[in-house]
Design a protein around this ligand. Structure first.
Ligand code: AHR
Length: 500
C-alpha cells in the first residue's frame, strides 16, 4: 500500500502549546503513596520522594501536572493537607472509598513538582464546596503575603507564592458519580461566580471550566453549550475527558477510535464558536483535554478489589492498567490527533502519570519501570513541540461502525524551533506495509537525523518490573532525496522520523 503526503513550510495548523503534553496526579490508588512518595524506599530523597520515578518523569519532560483530582477533588478539603503532618486528619475519600492520610498536600506536591521540573495545574473543589474555598486556596497559593491565607502559607514554611497559572473549576461536574454533581445550569452559574471571585484576585490566571466527562454522556454536547453560555467571557478553556477501551481485542476497530476523538474535538470547537458568536465576543476559548488515556485493562481487577474490600484502605492498587503493544499504537494515534487539532486543544493531560492508568509503574519497595505507552508519549513530548503542519494525506482507508474512511496511515508533522522536522506515524494495517512518499515543499532539503520505531511485538506484549521488552528500536530505510522523504512503514507499527 502507498501513502502520499505533502508537507509545505507555510501550510501550518498552529503553534503547539507545550502543555499539550501534560499529565495528571490524583490522590487515587498508588499514584501518590508508593508512587511518587514512599519514604523508606531505597531511592527516596530526604522528603520521601522516589528519585527513580522522578528520573523517568524527566525522561518524558512533562510540562504540567494536574492535581489533586479527578473525582477526589470533589470532596477534598485542601486545608487538611497543610500544617504539621502529625496534626493532619485522616479523611474518608468518598470518590474511591479509601482513606486519605493527607501526608501529601499542596506544599509537598509543589516541592515534588519543582523537583520533577514540571508546573502545577490545580483543581478547586466545586462539588462539596464552592467559591469561598476556591478563593481561599488561590490566595494561599498565589498571594505574596500580608493576608490571612498567604501568611498562613508562610507560617507553614513557604515564603514565596507558587504563582500557579492554570486552575480547573472542579472536575467532571456532569457525572452522576461525582460528589456534588450539578446540572449544566447549576454548574455554569457556580463556575461563573467562582471565576469572578478568582479573577477579582488575579485577572491573569487561566481558568478551565468543566466540559463533558465523555462524549457518551447523555447531556453532551448541550452541557458544553449551556456551561459556556454562563461562563464564556470568564474562562480560557473548557475541559474534555476521554478514555479508550479494547474489550473486543479488535485492533482495526480499536485504532479507528481516534476518529471519535477527532469528532469530539470538532463538535466542541463548533460549540465554542457558536457561543462566541452568540456573545458577540472577541475572545477565544480553547480546549483543555485534561484526562485522556486507554483505561480498561484493570476493570475486572478493580471490581474485585472494590467488592472484596473491607473498610477504607489507604492507597490500594486501583486502576493499575498494564499496557500492551496495541495501546502503543492507540496512544500514537491519540497524540497525532492532538497535534493535528493543536489549533483548539492547547492543554492535554495523559491520565495519569504514576501507577494509576499510567506510563510509569512502581512496586512498593521495588523498582519503577516504563510501560509500553511511555514511549510514544515521551517522543511526542520531546520532539512534538513547535508548529503543527497541515499535511495533505492520501492513503486508502477503512470503515467501522462509527467512522468511515479511517486512513491506514495516521500521521502528524511538527516543525521545531530549531528547524528540525518530525513526523509521527502509525500504520493501522494488520498485514500490509505502507510505502511512504512524503513531499517536502519549501523546506531546505535535509537528512534523516533520527528514526525510531516500535514494531514486531505481539499485540498483547507488555513490560514489567523485570523486563522492558516493548521499547524503541532504530528504524531503517528512511531517506530524503529530491525533496522527498521515503520510508516503508511496517504493518501495525509506531514510528517517528526526524529530519534536519
Ligand atoms: O482518571 C481517573 C478518573 O477518571 C478521574 O478521577 C475522573 O475525573 C475520571 O472519571
Amino acid at each position: 500500500m502507498r501513502a502520499t503526503v505533502t508537507a509545505h513550510k507555510d501550510y501550518t495548523i498552529s503553534k503547539i502549546d507545550p502543555r499539550l503534553y501534560g499529565s495528571f496526579i490524583e490522590h487515587l490508588g498508588r499514584a501518590v503513596y508508593t508512587g511518587i512518595y514512599e519514604p523508606g524506599h531505597p531511592s527516596a530523597d530526604e522528603n520521601g520522594f522516589r528519585e527513580d520515578v522522578i528520573e523517568l518523569i524527566k525522561e518524558i519532560d512533562v510540562p504540567v501536572v494536574r492535581y489533586p483530582g479527578g473525582n477526589f477533588v470533589s470532596a477534598y478539603n485542601w486545608e487538611d493537607g497543610i500544617g504539621p503532618r502529625e496534626d493532619r486528619p485522616v479523611r474518608l475519600d468518598l470518590a474511591w472509598h479509601t482513606s486519605e492520610s493527607n501526608q501529601i498536600g499542596i506544599h509537598e506536591f509543589a516541592d515534588w513538582a519543582d523537583k520533577a521540573n514540571t508546573e502545577m495545574m490545580l483543581a478547586v473543589n466545586l462539588g462539596s464546596r464552592g467559591l469561598d474555598e476556591a478563593r481561599a486556596f488561590l490566595e494561599y497559593v498565589n498571594h505574596p503575603g500580608g493576608s490571612y491565607w498567604s501568611d498562613l502559607r508562610k507560617k507553614n514554611g513557604r515564603d514565596e507564592p507558587w504563582n500557579v497559572k492554570l486552575w480547573c473549576l472542579g472536575n467532571e461536574m456532569d457525572g452522576p458519580w461525582q460528589i456534588g454533581q450539578k446540572t449544566a445550569d447549576e454548574y455554569g452559574r457556580t463556575a461563573f461566580e467562582a471565576a469572578k471571585a478568582m479573577r477579582a484576585f488575579d485577572k491573569n490566571i487561566e481558568l478551565v471550566v468543566c466540559g463533558s466527562s465523555s462524549p457518551n454522556m447523555a447531556t453532551y454536547p448541550q452541557w458544553e453549550y449551556t456551561v459556556l453560555d454562563h461562563t464564556y467571557d470568564s474562562v480560557d478553556y473548557i475541559s474534555l475527558h476521554m478514555y479508550f477501551t479494547n474489550y473486543e481485542k479488535d485492533i482495526t476497530n480499536y485504532l479507528a477510535k481516534s476518529a471519535q476523538l477527532d469528532a469530539y474535538i470538532e463538535t466542541i470547537a463548533s460549540v465554542i464558536k457558536a457561543i462566541k458568536t452568540k456573545k458577540r465576543s472577541k475572545k477565544d476559548v480553547y480546549i483543555s483535554f485534561d484526562e485522556w488515556n486507554v483505561w480498561y485493562h484493570s476493570s475486572e481487577q478493580d471490581k474485585a478489589i472494590l467488592e472484596g474490600q473491607e473498610g477504607w484502605p489507604h492507597a490500594p492498587a486501583l486502576l493499575e492498567d498494564i499496557y500492551d503493544f496495541a495501546d502503543v499504537l492507540q496512544v500514537g494515534c491519540i497524540l497525532n490527533t492532538f497535534i493535528r487539532r493543536s489549533d483548539v486543544v492547547k492543554v492535554g493531560c495523559l491520565a495519569q502519570l504514576v501507577n494509576v492508568i499510567a506510563p510509569i509503574m512502581t512496586l512498593e519497595g521495588g523498582p519503577a519501570w516504563r510501560q509500553t505507552i511511555f514511549y510514544p508519549y515521551m517522543l511526542a513530548s520531546q520532539y512534538g513541540r513547535g508548529t503543527a503542519l497541515n499535511l495533505a494525506v492520501q492513503c486508502e482507508g477503512y470503515d467501522t461502525d462509527f467512522a468511515n474512511s479511517v486512513p491506514y496511515l495516521d500521521v502528524s508533522g511538527v516543525l521545531s524551533q530549531d528547524g528540525a522536522l518530525t513526523f509521527f506515524l502509525v500504520n493501522r494495517h494488520e498485514s500490509e506495509a505502507i510505502s511512504l512518499d512524503l513531499s517536502l515543499q519549501g523546506f531546505e532539503h535535509g537528512s534523516v537525523i533520527m528514526d525510531k520505531e516500535m514494531v514486531g511485538h505481539a499485540l498483547d506484549a507488555v513490560n514489567g518490573p523485570d523486563a522492558e521488552t516493548v521499547t524503541l528500536a532504530d528504524g531503517s530505510g528512511a531517506a530524503v532525496a529530491d525533496g522527498k522523504l521515503t520510508a516503508k512503514v511496517a504493518p501495525l507499527s509506531y514510528r517517528m522520523i526526524r529530519l534536519r
